[in-house]
Write a protein that binds this ligand. Sequence first.
Ligand SMILES: [Zn+2]
Length: 164
Amino acid sequence: MAHERLTLHPSCCRTPVGMKWTLKLVAEVVPGKAMEHEVATIERIEEFSPATVGLTISEGKAILAGLQKQMVTAQVQHHCASIQSCPGCGRAFRTKGYYHSTLRSVYGNVDMRIRRLRGCSCTDSQPSSFSAVFTSRNPTTPELKYLTAKLACCRSVTVVDFLV
Ligand SMILES: [Zn+2]
């Protein structure tokens, strides 16, 4: 039995160029109401090679940053809207305004638009106004704090080892 000879024809065996992937996030912030958001688009116009197969580091980071932005924005909006009335007397809180804050996280910084509420007059203990979310002006997630501290520790060890 004769072996078939496999012949590669470069012109017909090349991967077609111009491939595109669109990554969409389906968010269900309100149960039963799904909303679709485009997170990232990845294109390959180069020929297939080890450098173009799969995700690059920068594409992976961009996807996670886009996902983080969508999640944080939705969570902040949902939380701010959920604070509606004073637990002491039941009167509706009035909005004093909005301010911008930046959440620093492992997956990137996210700008947040945060609602500020007028305090209720039913008690003397409430401030004249307060933020609808955690109070730090530019909060950092615990994971980023942990990784930053760990990296700082590793850096100092490396420097010390190098000097000895
Ligand atoms: Zn009240």
